[in-house]
Design a protein around this ligand. Sequence first.
Ligand SMILES: [Zn+2]
Length: 63
Amino acid sequence: MPIKPPPTTWHCPKCQWRKTVSPKSDALQAGVEWFDHCPQCGCRELESREATALERIAASLKL
Ligand SMILES: [Zn+2]
């Protein structure tokens, strides 16, 4: 059974870029639900953590 990943907030320590994504399945789309580098500055040291309740709400309102 596929495990649905939790909503994740990505954060770039260099340019402060931030994005919260809530994946719809465990097949994550690179550049949309999953990032190996910052889309703004190209930094490859992104931080990711489980989104807080507030971030989940903010992300869902943007859709
Ligand atoms: Zn950046």
